[in-house]
Design a binder for this molecule. Sequence first.
Ligand code: UDX
Ligand code: UDX
Length: 462
Amino acid sequence: MANILCIGAGFVGGPTMAVIAKHCPEHRIVAVDINAAKIAAWQSDHLPIYEPGLKEIVLAVRGKNLFFSTEIERHVAEADIIFVSVNTPTKTFGQGAGKAADLQYWEKTARQIVESSSSSKIVVEKSTLPVRTAEAMERILNSNEKGLFFDVVSNPEFLAEGTAVEDMQNPNRVLVGGQQTPSGQRAVQAIVDIYAHWVPRERIITTNLWSSELSKLAANAFLAQRVSSINAIANLCEKTGADVTEVAHAIGTDSRIGARFLQASVGFGGSCFKKDILNLVYLCEFYGLDEVAAYWEQVVRMNAYQQASFVSKMVAAMFNTVAGKRIALFGAAFKAHTSDTRESPALAVCRELLEEHAHVVITDPYALESARADLHDVAGRVTFEPDPYAAARDAHAIAIATEWPQFAKLDYAAIYETMVHPAFIFDGRNILDHNKLFEIGYNVYAVGKPPLTHFENSNPVL
Ligand code: UDX
Ligand code: UDX
């Protein structure tokens, strides 16, 4: 039996601990957080985050071998293994502002661990961190005067939101990195043993610490790079009459390329992609690798362009003005099946539309609460409407910003009757049946496809 603690009960810590608790009934798992409201929510029926399958697991193990608490010191003292999944936002000040990771929470947590400990422990980096952070952490942890020794292990998460529980239960791989010392290897083995309860051993990869830390940044950079690459091609499709869905299919069937992550869109969002790439960029610059830094930075620049140009295309199509026009924004979450709006392209689109003085009405099945918090500075200018039909009523246009399957199943013929004509649909996720919408009467603009409009002599390309 081991006492496992997780510091930071957020999108990563919560689902990770729930799944470990489910598969390791002999271990006692506690998740702590400085945010008391969040802990109260984890203890209630209204969990602080929405993830398919999460509630069932939490309800099954909570109070048995999974506990949520705000008493950080007490639980640190009791723990054998401490996962740290506090947030590591991008620095907003000083050196590396806008790119480097802000490690103050991590360092604070490390110091708190030392202070509250009276036995040696394994500390697991779950948060995404710059390469060689573990080294700094080891120094802080092991410069204690209590004679305690802490092993630092890197175990990056590869959970995608919306499928976090499934990704955790059935991962492609689990990565555990540690120091090549006997004690470091014992610590790695202790973490491997946890996952081996349900993950086949061949899917558990062990590496040195730095490879593990860098692999996390590299994985996210590669994934984001694919989205920016297909979006770059989508722009070219719009100019040439090619269809990006056809191109994606044609290239994705090459097994060397692969079919996934080739969905052209209004851009990528989420808490990780931009932050992790900028982190990588900062790291490259730090080591004087300016060309390498510029290569990765372009992935983020392409994404910013994709979000901004989506709105420019809307304005151009709607007779060069959206001022005073009601626009129904379908989606607030950064992707489907999550309530998370961090770095959501939907909110970037919303803000750009507000700059153009549009009246934006946002609808989303799960993320309205979070969107309202994020948009508090422009609160009076945005309407939050849970019902998509009501959102679209009297609107000049619908813009799809999140690929919720619900949005593809709406009665667009009925919606059309309630909208201002000519009615526009901008499908930023290519989830709708564009020909059918065109037949209903809409002017349809999708990403990376020729527009379908009822205007004579309209520009065939956006
Ligand atoms: C975060 C990072 O964004 C990600 O890069 C990393 O891999 C894991 O941690 P996430 O779980 O999505 O991901 O963040 P969030 O939902 O904000 O959870 C972090 C939690 O840590 C918050 O609930 C916050 O209250 C808590 N926290 C933060 C602490 O408990 N102590 C602190 O000192 C700081
Ligand atoms: C990502 C990684 O996938 C995960 O392994 C890591 O641990 C955390 O970061 P997440 O941010 O939850 O996960 O979502 P992901 O599914 O990767 O999507 C990121 C963004 O890219 C979303 O906004 C999504 O809509 C967009 N996307 C994804 C596209 O626009 N097109 C695609 O083909 C795929």
